[in-house]
Design a protein around this ligand. Structure first.
Ligand code: IPM
Ligand code: MN
Length: 361
């Protein structure tokens, strides 16, 4: 049986705790002969010690790995001279250098979790935000202009290639799902501001070009301002949402807020050959080292590793194991005996990890 090499980067704050938790669950679910893990340095703390946020040897290991599992990165006050945060540069360097163009953010309400959207129950909020991850407004990262302490600009950059591939990814994803909860329709909703800016009108037109090859998947559109209302008033109409980088960053946190918060928000940042998996939350330095963080977003990101490896290598065992981990998380949440602190409970990171491992059995 193939052994898949997983590079892990603990990172900063709660990163080491939640990363270790996901490794524990993956080992419990997969046994010892399917995955091998190797830990590497990176993040703001490492930058303070070494001057490198992403050391060359870590990058080389990531490039050679079958998948990358990351805890969290970023520490307040650790910034570059231009004022931008160092820790976040770990993600951005990996995204751009490994060309991880699809940032996949599932938004799913699990049994046992109360949504602030009181009219919606588990099963009614189940969609995926696909955020273009290598261009858009982020193309200006490190390249903006600051002039005489009077003027600053950043430019949005969208390319036909960049839009085509993330749109194709989104339509393929919709084809693999069972449609929006409300009507079961396979649908890609394009989030943009095509009514105002040519760049977004171009984004929409390229999505339209791609849609013509998917007559079994519906395309619809929502402006970035309007979609925030729709995500609250009718989240059950969404199946897959595709958005430019900055809009995707913003609406994915709103989506997470509707299903229990960032503690239940996994992510898979995928290119054609590499995948970076992490909880979409931050490093939460205020609770670091207290065994207080919820590991569920990172555990669910671990499940996304298995599903992606299973799809990539046509390995049904890996896909089934991903489902087992997601079901174990849902079982723990539904039972309600162990509730993480971000959901109003008292369970520690260790207790949540052990509860998920027991639920796997
Ligand atoms: C995210 C984060 C990142 C982003 C930061 C950590 C670079 O907010 O992954 O959503 O801005 O994309
Ligand atoms: Mn974000």
């Amino acid at each position: 049986m193939a052994k898949y090499e997983i590079v892990t980067i603990d990172g900063d704050g709660i990163g080491p705790e939640v990363c270790q938790s996901a490794i524990t669950v993956l080992k419990e679910a997969c046994g010892s002969d399917l995955l091998s893990f190797s830990s590497h340095e990176g993040g703001a703390d490492h930058y303070v010690k070494s001057g490198h946020v992403l050391p060359d040897d870590t990058y080389a290991a990531c490039k050679a790995a079958d998948a990358i599992l990351h805890g969290a990165a970023g520490m307040p006050g650790v910034t570059y001279p231009d004022g931008t945060e160092v820790g976040n540069d770990l993600h951005l360097r990996l995204r751009f250098r490994l060309d991880l163009y699809a940032n996949v953010r599932p938004i799913r309400l699990y049994q046992g979790v109360d949504s602030p959207l009181k009219h919606f129950q588990p099963g009614q909020i189940d969609y995926v935000i696909v955020r273009e991850n290598t261009e858009g407004l982020y193309a200006s990262r490190g390249g903006g202009i600051v002039l005489r302490d009077e003027l600053a600009t950043d430019t949005i950059v969208v390319t036909r290639k960049g839009i085509e591939r993330v749109a194709r990814f989104s339509f393929d994803l919709a084809r693999s799902r069972t449609g929006a909860p409300r009507d079961g329709k396979r649908r890609v909703t394009v989030c943009d501001k095509a009514n105002i800016l040519r760049s977004y009108a171009f984004f929409r037109s390229v999505c339209d070009d791609v849609a013509r090859s998917y007559d079994d998947v519906e395309i619809d559109y929502a402006y970035a301002d309007a979609i925030t209302v729709h995500m609250l008033k009718r989240p059950d109409t969404f199946d897959v949402i595709v958005a430019e980088n900055m809009f995707g960053d913003i609406i994915s946190d709103l989506g997470a807020g509707t299903i229990g918060g960032m503690g239940l928000s996994p992510s898979a940042e995928l290119g054609d050959r590499h995948g970076l998996f992490q909880g979409a939350h931050g490093s939460a330095p205020d609770i670091a080292g207290q065994n207080a963080a919820s590991p569920l977003a990172t555990i669910l990101s671990g499940a996304m590793i298995l599903r992606w490896l299973g799809d990539t290598h046509h390995n049904g065992t890996l896909r089934d194991t991903a489902h087992r981990i997601e079901s174990a998380v849902e079982k723990v949440l539904a039972q309600g005996e162990y509730v993480p602190r971000d959901l109003g409970g008292k369970a520690s990171c260790t207790e949540m990890t052990q509860a998920v491992c027991r639920a796997l059995a």
